[in-house]
Every structure is written in C-alpha cells, then in structure tokens.
Design a protein around this ligand. Structure first.
Ligand code: SF4
Ligand code: SF4
Ligand code: SF4
Length: 709
C-alpha cells in the first residue's frame, strides 16, 4: 500500500465516520480519534505509522460494498403467534436464535448514562436491550477486536450495527463462517456532542432511567423519557428525532457515504414493516411490526432458524434493490448553523427549531456593508455582541427598490456566514415575510435616518417600515440631529413605534427628547463587544508596517493641511489613510496608503505609536487600544463627526486631546503628554456596564454580558 494512500485517508477527515475499524486494524497503535471543531471524532495519525497499509482495507469509506445478487426474502412477525399478545421484537427473536447456537450478539446497547456503545453479550436480558435503530451516537471503540477474539475462540457472533459498521466488521474479520451480520436502518450518524447535549437537557430536571426513540405503538417522531421516579414524558414530533431525520445533526461523512441504499451490507437488514411496505407491492403488514430481510446465504440460515421457532412468517417478496442510490444523506442547509449554535451553548430545542424553520432573534438593519472602516466594524461588533448574548442575529439589506444596490462588504475580509445574511428583497411587500421568522428588529449605529445620505426610501427602511406592529423594535447607538431630517415629522412618527431608542451621543438624545421621544445614550458596539472578536480581525491582517509610525486616518483632508509640523514634533512619520471615497482624489501633496481591508485598518491602529484623526471610529479604537492620540474636531467641516467625537471625549475627560486644526495641536504640549488610561478606563467601564445593561434590557437578552465590566 502506498504511503500516500494512507496519508490521504487521514487527511480527508470529513469523510471519517469514526467507526474505529482502522484503530483496531493498526498494530502500531498509531491512530487516535480526535474531536474536530464540530465535535465529530476523526481518525488521525498520532503515533509512529510504519506505512503498512493495514488500515486501508477496513475503512468503509474506501472499500467497495459487496453486491448481493439474490433477491432478498422479507420476514415479518406473525402477531397471532404471540401468546402474550405482544409482538416479540426482532432482536429478541434473533437473540433466541443465536443463544440456541451458543453464540453472542454484538450490537448497540444503551447504558445507564443513556449513551450507546457496541456491546458483546451472551446474556438474553442484555441482548433484549440491543437497539435496532440508530438515533443515538454509537460508540464502536474496541468492538472489532472483541468480536474477533470471540470468533477466534470458536463461538458465533451476530453483529448488529449501522451499514458502515457492518461493512467495517466484515472487512476486519474477513471471511468467517462464524460471523453473522445484521445492518439496522440508518438515519445517519448523529453528532456525539449534540447527542450529549440533548441528554443533558432532558436529564436536567430529574434523573432519567431510560429513553425510547419511536417506541412501538407511538407515531413516528415520538421520544419517550422514563424517569427514575416512575413518571414518563412523551414528546411527539420530537425535535431531536426531527433534526436527525432532516440531516441537520448528522456526521458530514454521511453526505459521502459509499454504502448503497436498501441493498443491505449485512446478512440480514433489520427494519420496520412500514418502511419495507413502501418497497413492496400489495403487502399488508401487521401494524408497526418489526421485521428483516435476508440478503445472503447466511441470512437465509438466520431466517430459517428463526422461522423454525414458529414466531416468524416469511413472505417471499421481491424487493427492488437500488444499488445506484446511496445511503448518503444530503446535509440540511442549516447544518453549519446548527453546529455553530450548539457549540455556542444555545439550547438544543431552540437551535433545532431555528435551523429547521430558518428563524432568528434579531434582524439587524443599517449600513453593515459600509465602505467606511469604522461603520463596518461597528456592525461587526454589534453582530458578535448579539451572538454573545445568546441570540441569533440576521443582517438585513436595504431593498432593491431603494436607490442603489447594497454594496458588497469588500473592505471586511472576514465574511459573515451565509445564514446570517437575509435574502435581498425586491420591495416592502416581499420583505414583510421576514416578520414571520424574526422575533425583534434593531437599527444599528450611524446616521441611519439621515435622508441626505441616502434617500427617503432608505431612511424609511431604516425606520423599520416593513416591521409589523407588535414586534419589538429598538435602535442601538444610532445618531441623529436636526439637520439630518428636513421634515422631522415622519422620522419622529416612525420612531414612536420603537419600544426602545438609544443614540450614540448626548446631542442626538437631546434632539429626540425635544421631539418627545425618550432616548438613552449608549456606547458604540465597538466599545462593548468582546475584544477577542476585534483581535481575531487584526491578527489576520497582512499589511507590512514600519516599526514606529503615526496612524493618520482622515475623513476630511482639509483638516490635515500642515500636518508635517505634527510629525516633526513627534519625530516619526505617518501612515496616512483616507476615508471612504475622497481625500486622495482631492489632495496629492502627501502620500496616501491603500490598505484595503478593515483588518489592515485595525492593525494600523493597534500597531501605531500615535493616532491622528478626525474620525469618530478612529478615536474609539485609539481609546480601545490605549494609544496616544489627537482628534481634529472641526464642526465646520463635518458637524456630525465632530459632535460624536466631542461627546465621547467629554465623557472620558479626554477633551484636552481635541483640537480644531493640526497647527494648534502641533503647538500644544498635549502632543507629548501620555494619556492616563487607568483613569479613562474607570469611567469607560462604568459607561460600558450601563450601556450593556440597557441593551440587554432593550433586546430582552437571555445571557448577560454586562458583568464583564
Ligand atoms: S499504515 Fe499501518 S501503521 Fe500506519 S496507520 Fe495504517 S495501519 Fe497503522
Ligand atoms: S471511517 Fe473508520 S476506518 Fe475509515 S478513517 Fe474513519 S475510523 Fe478509520
Ligand atoms: S449514512 Fe452511511 S456512513 Fe452514515 S451512518 Fe449511515 S451507513 Fe454509516
């Protein structure tokens, strides 16, 4: 066997079904099962591999499935033969048969902790507990070696497992007359982490003795939970079963399953009559009877053996094998989202319901695709903050019938997951649909209601014109002022529908208060979200930077005329970046660096020795990264920007860092003075806590993150 084949087996981790066959086959103990990001166990070479290739022919994802040429015989339980009036299950019938031959059964057994693992047993009581369905994750560690040891000792084994596990055991044991196999109806291998999480949830209130998936006599999709105190709860249309049925929580490897559908890898295939009925013509099956097909000569031995015990009727039914159709499961569209939600600690029922129905807690409205670095970061921070509060956000785009299409978020290299971005609606009538799937809506930071910056339709959209009455609406750190809205009436009227309104600065809040709208002032999300989210961005930046430089980010280039004197005082030069869409066209008398991404912008601030800017967000990031800075606050050039900068500097007692011109700043001693960030952060932490508490209240957040400050 070529070593490259071995390597390629272990590189294609997503194809690994964690059957443990290779682990059993490796005599060098070189393979370990390692959990991947989504909690699936993947075979990985962790020890000394001698490239013997023994792991290859046992892997069900590599080997070709045997083709059964004979038509299978269908065996059905005959109810009239049951003296107790109850139908004996297929496993019980099979157990009786193998015991009569002094053999053992190896199959999935639910332990007292409700986890399921392959168990080898000759005890009739334990055998009766072997499961013939695969709703739980089945741990197969050590199975194949134990089966082999038993067979080597001269005893027969009936191995019951998933089609891929049957494939693996046959490959591992080889051709042995003592091995009989039965494959069970496969629903795909569920995620072990999700199964565990689900167990934790159903056992959280009181101890559970047993759970039964789709018990006899109950409709499909039923889960029965039996508690230690004797009580029983029945969950119809159970979310865990439904999630598995819809391939929302299955192993990715099942999407590449090589086992042909309905052909059966075992000598017999265990299934229920309802499912087999679909494959047969004119068969009236006893209700919910459990049955099997015999697929091979050994299968016929089993069938004849159990028929002799007079409890089985055999129907010679021609089943249509369709070897071209694989068992493989097409992953649900929400699969990645489901894994993400569960990994974030979202309760299973909510995660499954949200993924299957494509629901969200919060629709975020605003310029999240902005080509302004700070605004793009502000929405990125809001998005992550909402997630950290245990909620599911979805980003909404303005509609096609508003002026201009939403631009692509080209300056943010890190992409939002596809499931967090809403469909791009044509018009308001189309967009109303989203009310059915989103619990509440927020308008985010920026001058979202400013007509001049967009158009009346966009402003109206930002006032949540598509949201139905009765839905919770809020604004978070939005900015507004008198000059934003010529006819103030429509905006004020629309905001009255909002349950909660907050602004980014005191002037915006005062303006709204004057209009009779109660507004809180809260910090921008970049100052509130977990800084790990921002660190992840600057760590992926790729812009080479000098050792020491002034980061000069300019919104209005005229604000920086004469800035050379500034650098003379500091003794080192700038990296100058222009704001969106202008500066470099207007002025060519100083070099402007094209940095490309938000990631590079944030790295520039983090790595700089000093920040010189007229941008509100560059000031916020300078504070966040504890950098010395000078803010140019020139309200004759950009009133809104100047207002927001002045407000935050006043609050943090940093107003000495604000100058109207660069000349004034250059001549001031402030340039050489350090900022006492300990005292700044004492004030900031209080503001952060108050802001988060307000946002958590406004959004009715399930998880509090305000304790961070
Ligand atoms: S090639 Fe041989 S030594 Fe290497 S992992 Fe496979 S079985 Fe083990
Ligand atoms: S599918 Fe089984 S045999 Fe193949 S790599 Fe994974 S654990 Fe090993
Ligand atoms: S779909 Fe294929 S790989 Fe997945 S559990 Fe079923 S038989 Fe195994």
């Amino acid at each position: 066997m070529g070593s490259n084949v071995v390597e390629s087996l272990f590189e294609k981790k997503r194809l690994c079904i964690s059957c443990y066959a290779c682990v059993s086959a490796c005599e060098s103990d070189a393979i370990r099962m390692v959990e991947d990001d989504n909690g699936f166990l993947r075979a990985t070479i962790a020890g000394d591999c001698i490239k013997c290739g023994k792991c290859l022919p046992v892997c069900p994802q590599l080997i070709q499935t045997d083709k059964h040429d004979d038509e299978p015989n269908l065996c059905l339980l005959k109810p009239s033969d049951s003296t107790s009036g109850l139908h004996p299950g297929t496993i019980a019938v099979l157990a009786k048969w193998i015991i009569s031959r002094e053999g053992l059964i190896c199959g999935p057994l639910m332990k007292s902790d409700l986890n399921v693992s392959m168990s080898l047993t000759g005890d009739l009581f334990s055998m009766s507990k072997i499961q013939s369905c695969s709703y739980a994750y089945i741990d197969a560690e050590d199975t194949y070696k134990n089966v082999k040891d038993t067979i080597d000792s001269g005893r027969e084994v009936l191995f019951i497992g998933l089609p891929c596990q049957v494939q693996a055991v046959k490959a591992f044991i080889g051709d042995s007359a003592l091995l009989f196999t039965a494959d069970i109806a496969c629903k795909g291998q569920p995620s072990p982490v999700i199964y565990q999480k689900y167990l934790e949830e159903i056992t959280s209130e009181k101890p559970v003795r047993q759970i039964r998936f789709e018990p006899k006599g109950k409709p499909d999709g039923t889960l029965e939970v039996m508690y230690d105190d004797g009580s029983v709860s029945t969950s119809y249309d159970n979310p865990y079963i439904r999630a598995l049925d819809r391939n929302l929580i299955v192993n990715q490897a099942c999407a590449s399953c090589r086992i042909p559908g309905r052909s059966g890898t075992g000598d017999i295939t265990i299934g229920d009559a309802e499912r087999f009925k679909m494959l047969t013509v004119g068969l009236t099956a006893p209700e919910k009877a459990i049955t099997f097909t015999s697929n091979t000569k050994k299968g016929e031995t089993i069938r004849e053996g159990v028929a002799a015990s007079s409890m089985m009727d055999t129907y010679m039914v021609s089943l249509k094998r369709d070897a071209s159709k694989s068992q493989k499961k097409d992953l649900h569209l929400g699969w990645i989202r489901m894994m993400n939600m569960v990994n974030r600690g979202i309760p299973f029922d909510k995660a499954a319901g949200y993924c299957m129905k494509w629901k969200f807690d919060i629709g975020i409205v605003g310029p999240w695709r902005s080509d302004e670095y700070g605004t793009a970061l502000s929405y990125y921070a809001l998005y992550n903050m909402v997630k950290d509060m245990g909620m599911e956000p979805i980003l909404l785009d303005r509609r096609r019938d508003t002026k201009g299409a939403p631009s692509s978020p080209r300056i943010l290299e890190k992409k939002y997951p596809f499931y967090s971005i809403s469909k791009w609606y044509s018009n308001i009538q189309d967009q109303i649909e989203i009310n059915n799937r989103v619990v509440r809506f927020v308008v985010g930071p920026g001058r979202v209601w400013k007509e001049a910056a967009s158009d009346r339709d966009v402003a109206s959209y930002h006032m949540l014109d598509f949201v139905e009455d009765g839905k919770r609406m809020a604004s978070i750190s939005s900015s507004v002022s008198k000059e934003d809205e010529g006819p103030v009436g429509p905006m004020v009227g629309a905001l009255r529908r909002f349950a909660e309104v907050s602004t980014s600065d005191g002037d915006s809040a005062s303006f709204l208060e004057d209009e009779g709208i109660s507004a809180e002032t809260v910090l921008d999300p970049v100052l509130l979200c977990d800084t790990d989210h921002l660190k992840a961005l600057y760590e992926s930046a790729n812009l080479p930077l000098p050792e020491q430089f002034v980061f000069n980010y300019m919104i209005e280039p005229d604000n920086f005329i004469g800035m050379e004197s500034f650098y003379d005082v500091l003794g080192y030069g700038p990296i100058t970046i222009s704001g969106p869409g202008h500066a470099d066209k207007k002025r060519r008398d100083y070099p402007v660096t094209a940095i490309g991404s938000v990631e590079n912008w944030i790295r520039c601030i983090n790595d700089s020795a000093f920040v010189l800017t007229d941008s509100y967000y560059a000031v916020l990031f300078a504070i966040l990264f504890k950098k010395p800075f000078i803010a140019i606050v020139n309200d004759s050039k950009n009133e809104a920007e100047a207002r927001r900068i002045s407000w935050i500097l006043d609050c943090l007692e940093l107003d000495s860092r604000a100058f109207k011109t660069v000349w004034e700043a250059s001549e001031s001693n402030t340039l050489r003075e350090n900022i006492e960030y300990d005292s700044v952060y004492q004030i900031l932490n209080g503001m952060q806590r108050r802001s988060l508490e307000w946002i958590e209240r406004a959004l009715d957040a399930p998880v509090s993150i305000s304790d961070r400050y």
